[in-house]
Structures are given as structure tokens and as C-alpha cells.
Write a protein that binds this ligand. Structure first.
Ligand SMILES: Cc1cc2nc3c(=O)[nH]c(=O)nc-3n(C[C@H](O)[C@H](O)[C@H](O)COP(=O)(O)O)c2cc1C
Length: 136
């Protein structure tokens, strides 16, 4: 499985005594289905000169195109069988610990209105335990 999305909403930290990475994925994204179906996800960081590819990955949906091919990325697989990219300068492999959609009733009114106005599916929060990190 190699489905890719550009994200800027995310954070790194610690929970339940484990190092964690949190990503936020809207239900409008094709990627959301794969986040639900898989036990692992990977987060990769790319060099600054790959901005064009990242913008493509964040504009086009995997429902319509093979984005990995479109961005010219080279897929490599970890020992656990999860995809990372040869072009990345940082790769983080995460084991999904927790996933839940934000409750519209618990978020600020301004944010609730933003979802209503844009029609964007409310984001899920996925907390992953960081199991491996590769850095160039
Ligand atoms: C700079 C940038 C940051 C983005 N950050 C997020 C994010 O944190 N979460 C999210 O759900 N979508 C985010 N997006 C939007 C998705 O990348 C975009 O909708 C993408 O086309 C979804 O692809 P998919 O349908 O193949 O999953 C971002 C887009 C850009 C350009």
C-alpha cells in the first residue's frame, strides 16, 4: 500500500510512556480510508527543493491519479513492510495507537463554522507510536 498525502497539521510528543507522532486527516481525503484500514503509517519529510512535488501531493487526490508516480517518488519498504520514500531526508514509522474523529460539539464555534462553510469532512486524529526513524 502506498498512498500519500501532504500534511502540515501534526505534532510529535509522548503519551502512555511512548514517543508519538500525531497526524490529522480529514474524512474528505482518500488517505483517510487507508489510515482506518492499516495498523501503521509513515511520515516523511522532504528537502526544500521538493516543494513542487509536495504541492502536487497536496492538491491532487489518489482517487484520481497514481500520485506516487506523478510526483516521481521512489518507494522503499521498511522491514515491517511500510512504504517510505528514497527522496525523503527524514522518515518516521508509526504504529497506530489511537484514532478518533473530532466531535463538532466540543470544538470552538469558529472551527465548527469553518467545517460547515468549507464542507470539509471533520478531521480524525491519529496517534502513532514512533517505532523507527531514519534520517539522512
Ligand atoms: C501544504 C499542505 C498541507 C496540508 N495538510 C493537510 C493536513 O494536515 N491534513 C489533511 O487532511 N489534509 C491536508 N492537506 C490537503 C491534502 O494534502 C489534499 O487534500 C490531498 O489532495 C489529499 O489527497 P488524497 O485524497 O489522495 O488523500 C494539505 C495540503 C497542503 C498543500
Amino acid at each position: 500500500m502506498k498512498k500519500t498525502i501532504t500534511i502540515s497539521w501534526g505534532s510529535i510528543g509522548e503519551l502512555w510512556g511512548k514517543p508519538i507522532f500525531i497526524v490529522y486527516v480529514s474524512t474528505s481525503r482518500y488517505t483517510h480510508k487507508f489510515m482506518e484500514e492499516n495498523d501503521y503509517f509513515t511520515v516523511t519529510h522532504f528537502p526544500a527543493d521538493m516543494r513542487k512535488q509536495l504541492s502536487y501531493l497536496g492538491r491532487v487526490s489518489g482517487r484520481d491519479e497514481d500520485k506516487v508516480a506523478g510526483a516521481g517518488l521512489t518507494v522503499e519498504f521498511t522491514d515491517l513492510g511500510n512504504p517510505i520514500y528514497a527522496e525523503a531526508d527524514l522518515a518516521i514509522e508509526c504504529k497506530k495507537l489511537y484514532g478518533q474523529q473530532f466531535d463538532a460539539n466540543l470544538m470552538p464555534a469558529e472551527q465548527r463554522e469553518w467545517y460547515e462553510k468549507t464542507g470539509l469532512g471533520i478531521h480524525y486524529m491519529y496517534i502513532g507510536e514512533i517505532v523507527h526513524v531514519w534520517k539522512k
